[in-house]
Design a protein around this ligand. Structure first.
Ligand code: PRP
Length: 177
């Protein structure tokens, strides 16, 4: 059972859109000439971000997904990262962009980066829509970050609270009442 809460808008859909256009330009500059970049979304939280991001890229990409879990049913991060669903495709010798919704402690992204690097991609970069640097326990930073945010409990734009609110079009801050 989740506690009662309200959601205050923190980052509007319009602000997210504008930032994604900027991020897409950075990615175009970095990977524009690449033969079929593999864009890897980390399920489930990144599904909205990856959908909007790839539609801003004006070159052909391959899309794949990986599911890693670091949170049980609670808001506490556990240190154990489990791979629940692996990539469908091979990434050896390919250029890869890992798309994450939020970097919190950093355990998930660092685990995934280590795993994917062991498959010898030609180049591997990372992008996270949100970053909470004050929560970091592992020394990692995404190549590109949409927004740095304070240590607030956020939902929406793919991010859930106990599997609710992923479909909000904006990033909201949860306020428990
Ligand atoms: C959340 C989020 C990130 C990760 C960040 O995923 O989507 O992947 O936690 O936390 P960390 O930096 O402390 O590792 P979660 O495991 O809740 O799964 P979900 O994407 O399916 O919601």
């Amino acid at each position: 059972m989740s506690r009662d809460y309200v959601i205050d808008q923190m980052i509007s859909a319009k602000t997210i859109d504008a930032r994604i256009e900027e991020l897409a330009q950075d990615i175009r500059s970095a990977f524009g000439g690449t033969e079929k970049l593999v864009v890897v979304g980390l399920l489930r939280g990144s599904f909205v971000f990856i959908a909007d991001l790839v539609r801003e890229l004006d070159f052909d990409v391959e899309v794949d997904f990986l599911e890693a879990s670091s949170y049980g049913g609670s808001t506490e991060s556990s240190r154990e990262v489990r791979i629940l669903k692996d990539l469908r495709g091979e990434i050896g010798g390919r250029d890869v962009l890992v798309v994450e919704d939020i970097v919190d402690t950093g355990f998930t992204l660092s685990h995934v980066v280590r795993l994917l690097r062991s498959r010898n991609p030609r180049r591997l970069e990372t992008i996270a829509l949100l970053d909470k640097p004050s929560r970091r326990e592992v020394d990692i930073k995404a190549t590109w970050t949409g927004f740095e945010i304070p240590d607030e409990f956020v939902v929406g734009y793919g991010i859930d609270y106990a599997q609710h609110n992923r479909n909000l079009p904006f990033i909201g801050k949860v306020r428990f009442s």
